[in-house]
Design a protein around this ligand. Structure first.
Ligand code: C2E
Ligand code: MG
Ligand code: MG
Length: 749
């Protein structure tokens, strides 16, 4: 209790309680002390509200006003007793007393509403069970004797009944606060203590006066302490959050709670038993019967709530607490029945390389990663979206009803958000996801929607950078298509349908050409030029990349050696060739490369082998090949740098000469966003480690200038030159030679 006013109040209060008991009983000044504490308690509550400025101040004002009314009752009583020397019953004092309760109860009611935000049905039922059980006791021992007492006038009878009745309501409020959710802060505990003391003292008083000729005294402690506690609750700083809605609204059926409910529901039969044993003629059949039925019904409702809780469990994913496949199925079915099919969109999200993370960093990191992805997905989608985990590293979403373009925008945003680093264990992981999305046009079944999203997701995986794809019906032909493409590809190399184009790599700021990257093109007899983004993945899957890659390497090296001997082309110091993981895993790959270099009389350092981070991430044979190439003197470039995971860690294990900074960082350079910071950080790292950095995909002059300012010395992109045939490179070289000495960034002609 770091709170000074609170300590002072409790100390003073306790002192006054002691003084009250030292004073001779049945004297007016004793009553005065008692009343002073009551008034002070009200004042302290108001002071607490002023000091802490909680939300829902009405709660506290109700309690303070209730106390004051109560004190007025006491004062009236005192006046009758010591001034008028009369003790009428009922007296105006009873009016005040009975008026005080509803005000306090109203305050507690507002408090309950705030803490539960009107939900938590299970807690409400639990409170009803407890209140009914205790209410039954009150009826049997306090209220029934009054009803049966024929000596009381009707008015006196009603007033006598009102006291225990109001206490039962008070108990209900206490039970509700107790069974409800929300933090058990010190303020909460003080308040509960106050309420329990108040109702408890009332009941003890009633019992004592009814069954023993009690004259007042000891029970006053309870009321006095209750005054203190109300004040203390208002003085503690945690009162500010007392009426805040709880975040966890699921009332768990813990063991103590189960025991409480069992005890409460046993009160009715227990009472019956006691009465029956005591005097079988005096059993209160009606009250016990009604009580038992009410309790039974309440327990029944609670059970059905429990059943739906269990059902709820059945649609949850253990690990991430997201929904599971069943939940998605249920919601999709419901959406299909209710909404226009072009507004129902299902997306399937698959993490690329999750398995690698799991294998290399351990399952707990993998689990953390999945949880982090789940959190990210919920965070970035609006509440109408159903996000589930299908299992493994697969997630799915049923989007809130949306048009095609809205849905696509959402999916793209999700893909982008997933590329931000994710916390897992002590690691910051950069992940990439492939997302397939589909609408429900011509699909009647949730299962069909998922199948389509799955097909689209696989198409997305083959799409390189922006791994998002929307389902198209021709994708169903995909597997057939892929087999056909594979067959055609086999034929293509021999038929001479493959050729290479070369994209200049330039030096900043003047734009002079310092090398080229060889990029393969397929001149398809029917489809025209097919981009490598389409057929390289196919070639990787069916293994054709090995002969194709071999051809590419030979062709590129042949071209490089030609340029070596061409006057004016010596500036083309280096030729970069993309090599895929599958090629690297070939035994003796390095030896093959050495042979090709020898055949063409090319110095090893003039060949740059571009590998992607993912190709060498797993270590193993691929990384061994890279090391062998490195020992050979071949230059190694990490392609698409920054898009895989553990990019930086790779720099220690993989012998790297060049970083090709991915286009995604270049795209936003100068925007002042995250990517900008990354582009700036990457150049620092590169120069710190004495690596060359090449900015990929530079499309505008502004980007080029900004990159140069950040410290980039090399770049590649459409702004300087597009990939072009070898002959065009020579022409370009001749055309730009005069400008090489210039200091301005030279745009492509
Ligand atoms: P990459 O190695 O990162 O190659 C760069 C890609 O970006 C090329 O696409 C290039 O044309 C494109 N690009 C260059 N500047 C710009 C620009 O300013 N804006 C935009 N939007 N794009 C630009 P391409 O030729 O379609 O190649 C795509 C990917 O296919 C390559 O990415 C590489 O991973 C793979 N690939 C291409 N040729 C080969 C090859 O001969 N062997 C292997 N194994 N893979 C290849
Ligand atoms: Mg490349
Ligand atoms: Mg690249």
């Amino acid at each position: 209790m770091s709170n000074r006013p609170l300590r002072v109040w409790l100390a003073l209060g306790l002192l006054t309680v002691v003084v009250y008991f030292l004073l001779p009983p049945h004297h007016w000044y004793g009553d005065l002390v008692y009343e002073v504490i009551g008034v002070m308690s009200s004042a302290v509550i108001v002071a607490g509200v002023r000091r802490h400025r909680p939300a829902r101040q009405r709660i506290w004002y109700c309690i303070a006003v209730g106390q004051l009314i109560w004190v007025l009752g006491d004062m009236t009583f005192t006046v009758y007793n010591y001034v008028l020397h009369r003790e009428p019953f009922p007296s105006p004092a009873d009016g005040f007393y009975l008026g005080a309760y509803p005000v306090v109860i109203a305050g507690l009611f507002i408090l309950v509403r705030g803490r539960t935000s009107g939900r938590d049905r299970a807690g409400l039922i639990d409170a009803c069970i407890v209140a009914t059980g205790l209410g039954l006791l009150c009826w049997a021992f306090l209220m029934r004797p009054i009803v049966e007492d024929s000596s009381l006038s009707p008015v006196a009878g009603v007033i006598s009944l009102a006291y225990p009745a109001l206490d039962v309501v008070m108990i209900a409020m206490i039970a509700r606060l107790f069974t409800g959710p929300g933090a058990r802060t010190p303020s909460y505990r003080f308040l509960m203590a106050a309420a329990v003391l108040m109702a408890g003292s009332d009941i003890i008083f009633s019992v004592l006066t009814a069954f023993f000729s009690y004259q007042g005294g000891a029970v006053d402690v309870g009321w006095l302490l209750s005054y203190l506690m109300w004040g203390a609750a208002a003085l503690h700083p945690s009162m500010r959050s007392l009426s805040e809605p709880a975040t966890d609204l699921v009332a768990r059926l813990t063991r103590p709670r189960l025991a409480l409910l069992a005890a409460a529901s046993l009160l009715a039969p227990g009472l019956l038993l006691v009465q029956g044993l005591h005097d079988p003629r005096h059993v209160d059949w009606i009250a016990n019967g009604v009580g038992a039925v009410v309790l039974f019904l309440l327990v029944l409702v609670r059970m059905s709530g429990l059943v739906s809780q269990v059902q709820e469990q059945a649609v949850r994913d253990e690990l991430t607490r997201l929904g599971n496949r069943r939940l998605l199925h249920r919601h999709t079915e419901e959406a299909l029945g209710r909404l226009a099919p072009d507004t129902v969109h299902v997306a399937l999200i698959d993490l690329d390389d999750f398995k690698t993370v799991n294998d290399r960093l351990g399952h707990h990191v993998g689990d953390d990663l999945l949880t982090a992805v789940a959190a990210r997905l919920t965070e970035v989608t609006d509440p109408g979206t159903v996000v589930v985990r299908l299992g493994g590293d697969e997630f799915a979403m049923l989007l809130a009803p949306a048009s095609l373009s809205e849905a696509d925008a959402t999916v793209r945003r999700v893909a982008e958000e997933l590329r931000r680093p994710l916390h897992a264990g002590e690691h910051e992981l950069l992940m990439r996801a492939s997302i397939g999305v589909t609408d429900a046009i011509d699909a009647q079944e949730p299962r069909e929607l998922l199948r389509r999203a799955d097909v689209a997701m696989y198409a997305a995986k083959d799409q390189g950078k922006q791994r998002v794809a929307r389902y198209e019906s021709q994708m169903d032909l995909h597997s057939v298509e892929e087999a056909r493409l594979g067959a055609q590809l086999r034929h293509a190399i021999d038929a001479g349908e493959m050729h290479l184009v070369y994209q200049p790599i330039v030096e900043l700021p003047h734009g002079g050409i310092v090398g080229t990257e060889a990029l393969v093109r397929w001149q398809h007899p029917e489809h025209g030029v097919v981009s490598p983004g389409l057929f390289i993945p196919v070639a990787e899957r069916n293994g054709l990349i090995v002969p194709l890659g071999d051809w590419i390497l030979r062709e590129a090296c042949r071209q490089a050696s030609l340029w070596q001997d061409t006057p004016g082309a010596q500036n083309l110091r280096r030729i970069s060739v993309n090599v895929s993981a599958r090629q690297l895993r070939e035994p003796d790959f390095a030896a093959t490369v050495a042979g090709i270099l020898r055949d063409n009389g090319l110095e090893p350092s003039r060949l740059v082998v571009e590998v992607t981070e993912t190709a060498v991430f797993d270590g193993g044979a691929a990384l061994d090949s890279v090391w062998a190439l490195h020992r050979l003197g071949v230059t190694i470039a990490l392609d698409d740098f920054g898009t895989g995971h553990s990019s930086l860690g790779l720099l220690r294990t993989c012998p790297t000469d060049i970083l090709k900074v991915d286009k995604s960082f270049v795209d936003e350079v100068g925007d002042g966003g995250d990517q900008d910071v990354i582009a700036a950080a990457l150049i620092q790292i590169a120069s710190g480690l004495h690596l060359q950095a090449i900015a990929e995909g530079v499309e505008t002059c502004a980007q080029a200038e900004h990159l140069h300012r950040l410290g980039y010395r090399y770049a590649q992109g459409y702004y300087f030159a597009r990939p072009m045939p070898a002959t065009a490179i020579i022409e370009l070289l001749r055309a730009t030679t005069p400008r090489v000495t210039g200091s301005l960034l030279a745009p492509s002609p």
